[in-house]
Every structure is written in structure tokens, then in C-alpha cells.
Design a protein around this ligand. Structure first.
Ligand SMILES: [Zn+2]
Length: 247
């Protein structure tokens, strides 16, 4: 194969490595943000459960204040009961006491409901905290891997960029111009292998036989007539076993 063709193939490898590395580096901040967002979902779940527990405790405190109020009212009515003079007054007071007792019972029942609810919410908080701990571990490991990957990709980007600079020094400006022009309009892929049955392996268009013949020489810069990519040929391995079978 001609050294120029070899260099162009190498240039393509370096360009592809550079493009992939740049894409990975560009994707790093959104991937980090995504990991943080997933962690945040778990943090929010813990905060939501804790918020419900706080609401529950506050509601219970308020109900307990009501209990104290009703108990005070009941005590006052019972004290007044011994002071009433008439039967009518006595009946009225009894009625007040019954109402106050019923109110007190109602509020005490609500306190109990809140206490039961608190057990459920406390279990929710614990579950959410356990899930957060698991998620935190996952995200930490994920971030560690992402940071290691980024470092390795940055290193390969540096290496490929330096290699490209060296390679370009040994390539004719005419060939660099062809490569860059094709790469620009062909999504960065300026080189294509010819298949054994004479197709351009990227655009899949069949070469004319004389073109295919020339490509197989691997000593000239031949562009695909359809996609303009620079073609090269990898000869098939010699059919050793095949030959043995037929002799
Ligand atoms: Zn082509």
C-alpha cells in the first residue's frame, strides 16, 4: 500500500478518535447533571417523608392542646355542677358535660389516629433514607467511573491530536485538502474500504470495474465516484484450506 494511503487511513483513525473523544467530553457535564438529578429524586423523597412526619407531629401537638382545653372545660363544668341550685340548671349542666366529654373523646381519637399515622410515616422515612443510601453509593461509583473515563478520553484526545499534527507534516497539502473537503461534507468520514465484491463499504455504491481494479492496486488516491471518499483495499487472506480441499 502506498505510504500516502496508509497515512490517510491513519489520519482517519485519528480524526475519528478525536471526534469521539470530543463528543464524550461534551457529554460529561450533562451526564454528571443527570446523576445529580437522580440522586436528588431520592433526597427529595426523604425530605418529603420527613415533611409529612413534621406535619403529623404539629397536627398532633395542636390536637393535644385541644384535649387540654376540653379537659379544662370539663373540670370547670364538674366543679360548677356542685354549685347548681335547681333541677333545670342541673340538667343543663349535665348536658354541657356530656357535650364536652363527647368533644374530648373525638379529639382524643384524632390524637390516636395521628399516632398510628406517625408510625407509618416513620417507616416511610426509614425506607426513603435506606433507598437514598443505596442510591448515593451507586451515584458515587458512577461519578468515579465517569471521572476516570473522562481522564482516559482526555489523554487519548491529547495523544491523537499530537499524532495528527505529526502526521499532517508528512502529508502533501493536496491530499490534506482532499481529505478535509470530503470529511467536511461526509460527517467526518473521508476514507472507505472497498468490499471484495467491488462496493464502497460506506455508501454501498458499486465501483466501475476499471476503478475497482485501480483501487485494488492500493498505490493511488482513488475517490469513490458516488461519495468521493478515498478508497483503499484490504486483500483477502490466501485461501489455503480451500486450495487443499480441491487438490
Ligand atoms: Zn462511496
Amino acid at each position: 500500500m502506498s505510504p500516502d494511503l496508509q497515512r490517510l487511513i491513519k489520519l482517519q483513525q485519528l480524526e475519528s478518535t478525536i471526534a469521539d473523544a470530543k463528543a464524550t467530553i461534551a457529554a460529561h457535564p450533562p451526564r454528571l447533571a443527570d446523576a445529580d438529578a437522580r440522586l436528588n429524586v431520592s433526597t427529595q423523597a426523604v425530605e418529603a417523608a420527613k415533611g409529612r412526619l413534621k406535619d403529623n407531629q404539629e397536627a398532633r401537638r395542636n390536637l393535644e392542646k385541644d384535649v387540654a382545653v376540653y379537659q379544662g372545660r370539663l373540670t370547670k363544668f364538674k366543679d360548677q355542677l356542685s354549685l347548681v341550685k335547681t333541677n333545670k340548671e342541673y340538667q343543663a349542666m349535665q348536658h354541657e358535660i356530656a357535650t364536652a366529654q363527647s368533644d374530648l373523646g373525638g379529639v382524643e381519637e384524632k390524637v390516636l389516629e395521628r399516632m398510628l399515622e406517625a408510625d407509618t410515616i416513620t417507616a416511610d422515612v426509614k425506607r426513603a433514607e435506606a433507598a437514598l443510601a443505596v442510591r448515593q453509593k451507586e451515584i458515587d461509583a458512577e461519578k468515579k467511573a465517569m471521572i476516570a473515563e473522562l481522564a482516559s478520553v482526555e489523554a487519548s484526545l491529547k495523544e491523537a491530536t499530537e499524532g495528527r499534527v505529526e502526521l499532517l507534516k508528512n502529508l502533501e497539502p493536496r491530499l490534506i485538502a482532499i481529505f478535509e473537503q470530503v470529511a467536511r461534507v461526509r460527517k467526518g468520514v473521508a476514507i472507505s474500504m472497498a468490499t471484495r465484491d467491488g462496493l464502497c463499504s460506506v455508501c454501498h455504491v458499486r465501483m466501475r470495474p476499471p476503478v475497482f481494479q485501480q483501487v485494488r492496486q492500493n498505490d493511488n488516491i482513488i475517490q469513490c465516484e458516488s461519495c468521493q471518499r478515498i478508497l483503499y483495499w484490504i486483500p483477502p487472506p490466501p485461501p489455503v484450506e480451500h486450495a487443499v480441499v480441491h487438490t
